[in-house]
Design a protein. Structure first.
Length: 277
């Protein structure tokens, strides 16, 4: 008995179909891994031991705020008679010990400073599981300190990843001033820049700063380095066009992680805080 050989064209089509199927499975698997494990891509916490001292400065203290499933570490710089408070939400890495580097800016402006570590960062317990959880934690920390600042100036400050959280918080509370340093228009838009093969629906942390700033009715200060390769300046320009009262300060020569080291950055923030008096 003889077997009729498979024509070459049929063999090619089978091979092509197999390659397409394998490619599809790999693409689906990669996106599934991103969906399930993107916290490891977005957040780089640096834990601290329970006895770590966040700052030795006499007007700086630490407290904890209890939230469902976690205990959040909060750093506070307290002035004797503050004119207001800066509510500071930091970037995606490190901890409060690393982010609190200089309190002189806030002392000169006579405002308190409140900073929080997200879950898993510093001495905060728990782990980040969703964007909704992040927003709820931010709100819980604010509500823990808010009574102290009734009738005083309130400034929202976000840096890098924290700008999306700060913008959303500001849209809800309408503070006297919102400061976003190295912000993004949305995390999905930023992901499309760095990972163009990833469908936007895979990004579980959309963090729509563009939608949030469009709801602001108070001044917005945007600060961005013109050499920022991680979050390009175009993101701040887009946000400036979406907000009612936005001012964009471009720091020449600054990249993403070093913008705070430039005198122009310090000057811009000092002017903005002084203008509130």
């Amino acid at each position: 008995m003889t077997t009729t050989p498979t024509p070459p064209a049929h063999r090619w089509r089978r091979a092509a179909a197999a390659v397409l199927l394998l490619t599809g499975l790999l693409w689906t698997g990669a996106n599934a891994a991103l969906w399930l494990g993107q916290e490891r891509l977005l957040f780089s916490p640096v834990p601290l031991p329970p006895d770590a001292v966040l700052s030795s400065e006499p007007d700086v203290s630490e407290r904890f705020v209890e939230v469902p499933g976690a205990r959040l570490s909060v750093l506070e710089l307290r002035r004797p008679k503050p004119d207001g408070v800066v509510f500071f939400l930091h970037g995606n890495s490190g901890n409060l010990k690393q982010w609190f580097v200089d309190g002189s800016l806030y002392r000169r402006a006579n405002v308190d400073l409140v900073m929080m570590d997200y879950r898993g960062f510093g001495k905060s317990s728990g782990r980040i599981e969703s964007e909704a959880q992040l927003h709820a934690d931010v709100e819980a920390v604010w509500q823990a300190v808010a009574p102290r600042y009734a009738g005083k100036r309130v400034i929202a400050y976000g840096r890098s990843l924290g700008t999306g959280l700060a913008a959303a918080w500001a849209a809800r509370h309408q503070p006297d001033l919102t400061i976003l340093v190295s912000p993004y228009a949305s995390m999905r838009q930023l992901a499309a820049l760095h990972y163009p093969w990833v469908p936007s629906a895979v990004v579980r942390y959309p963090l729509r700063s563009d939608e949030a700033v469009a709801q602001l009715h108070r001044p917005l200060l945007l600060v961005h380095g013109d050499r920022d390769a991680l979050i390009p300046l175009a993101h701040s320009q887009q946000l400036a066009g979406a907000a009612e009262q936005a001012r964009l300060v471009v720091i020449e020569g600054a990249a993403h992680a070093d913008v705070h080291r430039f005198e122009a950055y310090q000057a811009a923030l000092s002017r903005a805080l002084e203008a509130l008096h």
